[in-house]
Design a protein around this ligand. Structure first.
Ligand SMILES: [Zn+2]
Ligand SMILES: [Zn+2]
Length: 161
């Protein structure tokens, strides 16, 4: 799989929020944690990690909600105030945001290179460990996630044998 993902547009379900992804994502991951299951009403969430300047707002103003993590960091999430679609989240002061991949108008062909929190996953939803980096809880090393993404985008296997 090769080729650029950016630029491409996305938005919420009702169309009030529109954005343009204008930087290449740094990696793509899915999360099986209970919080993501609750939030999505599904088995996992899927995120593209993007530099914060990589998402340009074209229309609308997302509503911001905050959650303070046990370590004291502030995680902000940005949702459509009308239809409640979750668009992205970010750690306050951090250089990247997590764009919800499914909010792109065209997300076909974008696949994750890592999965987190398999300890709380639905068994049928766990991807083969030979194909993606797999972590029982949160991954600690962002460099490994980015290296796997570069391999995948260059047409190689995400995981080196
Ligand atoms: Zn909306
Ligand atoms: Zn999660």
């Amino acid at each position: 799989m090769t080729g650029d993902i950016a630029p491409r547009d996305g938005g919420c379900n009702c169309g009030r929020i529109r954005y343009r992804l204008r930087r290449e994502p740094l990696t793509c991951t899915i999360c099986h944690c209970h919080r993501c299951q609750k939030r999505s009403g599904s088995a996992f969430s899927m995120s593209l990690v993007v530099p914060v300047e990589g998402v340009l707002l074209l229309a609308g103003e997302p509503a911001r909600t905050e959650r303070v993590t046990p370590s004291g960091a502030v995680n902000a999430s940005f949702d459509c105030p009308a239809c409640q679609s979750r668009l992205w989240s970010r750690r306050e002061g951090g250089p990247t945001l997590n764009l919800r991949a499914g909010t792109l108008d065209e997300a076909a062909g974008i696949r994750p290179v890592a999965q987190f929190w398999t300890s709380s996953a639905q068994a049928w939803a766990v991807l083969p460990e030979a194909e993606v980096l797999t972590y029982p809880e949160q991954a600690a090393d962002p460099a490994a996630l980015r290296a796997a993404w570069r391999r995948l985008r260059a047409g190689q296997a995400a995981i080196t044998p």
